[in-house]
Ligand binder design. Structure first.
Ligand code: KG4
Ligand code: ZN
Length: 327
C-alpha cells in the first residue's frame, strides 16, 4: 500500500510517499526557516502563505522522487492538528481536493502520532515492540506516552509550562544565538562545558515536566551579567534539560515494564539527548534519524498506513483541529 503523506502544521511544507508504513519512497520538505528567522520566530500569517506557494510543487517532487503516478497511490494521509490553523488548512484542503479528484481514501493524522510513527521508518527489520514508552519532545510538546498497540495511546506525563523545544528556543533567544534555538544551542554547547549549575524540576511523584524554571534561571544569570561564556551557558542549559528528560523517561519505562523506549519530535535530533538516553536505558531505545525527528511528511504517511489498516478512513468533511490531543 502506497500512501501520500502531507504535512503543513507549522513551518515546513512537506510531502512524502511511504509503502506499507515502513518504506520511504520519497520525503520532500520545503523549509520556511530562513523566512521566519528574521522575525526570531514563526509568523503564522507568513507561514500559511508560504504553504500555499510550496504545497503543489512539493507534492509533485515527492511523487517524482518516488516515481509514482496518481494511479499508483492507495490513500492520502494529512496532518489535521495540533498546529497553526491557517497552516493546517492548506494541507487539509489540498489533500481533500486530491482525494476527491482521484477517488482516493483520506485519513486525518494527529501530528504527534505522526512523530511517534517515524520510529517505524527506521528500518524494515526493526519495527518497535509493544508495550513501549515514547517520549515526544517538540516545539509544542513534551509528552510521555505509553503504547500497548497501534493507535493505543495513554498520556502519562506532559509539560506543565514550556515544552522542551520551546525552552531551547527561548534559551537561544536569551543567549542571542538566533532561531531555531535547538540546533543553535547544540552548536554553541560543543565549545563549552556544563559548568553552570542550573535547577532541575523533578516534579517527584508525577511523570510531568517543567522547563520554565531552568529558562528563568538562565535569564537571571544573563541579566545579572553572570555569564562569561555563552558556550558554557548553552552546554549547561542543554545538560539540565536532557538530564530531566532522560532520567524521567527511563524511570517510567522501568516502572511500566516497557520493552522499548521510543524517542520522537524535533528535539529528538539533539545529539546529547540521543546519546544519553541510549547510554542510560536498560532496555532498547529507538530513535529515528534527525531528518525524521523534525517535521516531515514521511511520518504522516507511515502513520496513515496503520490508520487505514484499522479502517480509520475520513470523509471529505475532514477539518483541521488546531488543539488536537493525542489521548
Ligand atoms: O517537531 P518539530 O520539528 O516541530 C514541532 O512539532 O514543534 O520540533 C521543533 C522543535 C523546535 O523547538 C526546535 O528548536 C527543536 O525542535 N529542535 C532541537 C534540535 N533541533 C530541533 N532542540 C534541541 N536540539 C536540536 N538539535
Ligand atoms: Zn512536529
Amino acid at each position: 500500500m502506497k500512501i501520500l503523506g502531507i504535512e503543513t502544521s507549522c513551518d515546513e511544507t512537506a510531502a512524502a510517499v511511504v509503502e506499507n508504513g515502513i518504506g520511504i519512497l520519497s520525503n520532500q520538505i520545503a523549509s520556511q526557516v530562513e523566512i521566519h528567522a528574521r522575525y526570531g520566530g514563526i509568523v503564522p500569517e507568513v507561514a500559511s502563505r508560504q504553504h500555499i506557494l510550496a504545497i503543489i510543487p512539493i507534492i509533485e517532487q515527492a511523487m517524482a522522487e518516488a516515481e509514482v503516478a496518481w494511479s499508483d497511490l492507495d490513500g492520502i494521509a494529512v496532518t489535521i492538528g495540533p498546529g497553526l490553523a491557517g497552516s493546517l488548512l492548506v494541507g487539509v484542503n489540498v489533500a481533500k481536493a486530491v482525494a476527491l479528484a482521484r477517488g482516493l481514501p483520506i485519513t486525518g493524522v494527529n501530528h504527534l502520532e505522526g512523530h511517534i510513527y517515524a520510529n517505524w521508518l527506521i528500518s524494515p527489520d526493526a519495527a518497535p515492540h509493544f508495550p513501549l514508552i515514547c517520549l515526544i519532545v517538540s516545539g509544542g510538546h513534551s509528552d510521555l506516552v505509553s503504547m500497548k498497540g497501534h493507535g493505543d495511546y495513554v498520556l502519562l506525563g506532559r509539560t506543565r509550562d514550556d515544552a522542551a523545544g520551546e525552552a531551547f528556543d527561548k534559551a537561544a533567544r536569551i543567549l542571542d544565538l538566533g532561531y531555531p534555538g535547538g540546533p543553535a544551542i547544540e552548536r554553541a554547547a560543543r565549545d563549552g562545558t556544563p559548568a553552570i549549575q542550573l535547577p532541575r524540576a523533578w516534579l517527584k511523584g508525577t511523570d510531568d515536566f517543567s522547563f520554565s524554571g531552568v529558562k528563568t534561571a538562565l535569564l537571571r544569570l544573563v541579566e545579572g551579567d553572570k555569564v562569561s561564556s555563552v558556550a558554557d551557558a548553552a552546554a549547561s542549559f542543554q545538560e539540565a534539560v536532557v538530564d530531566v528528560l532522560v532520567t524521567k523517561t527511563v524511570e517510567v519505562a522501568k516502572e511500566r515494564r516497557a520493552r522499548q523506549i521510543l524517542l520522537a519530535g524535533g528535539v529528538a535530533s539533539n545529539g546529547l539527548l540521543r546519546q544519553r538516553l541510549v547510554n542510560s536505558s536498560p532496555i532498547p531505545v529507538l530513535i529515528p534519524e534527525p531528518v525524521l525527528c523534525t517535521d516531515n511528511a514521511a511520518m504522516i504517511a507511515g502513520c496513515g498506513y496503520f490508520r487505514f489498516q484499522r479502517g480509520e478512513v475520513d470523509g471529505l468533511d475532514l477539518d483541521v483541529i488546531p488543539s488536537l490531543k493525542l489521548a
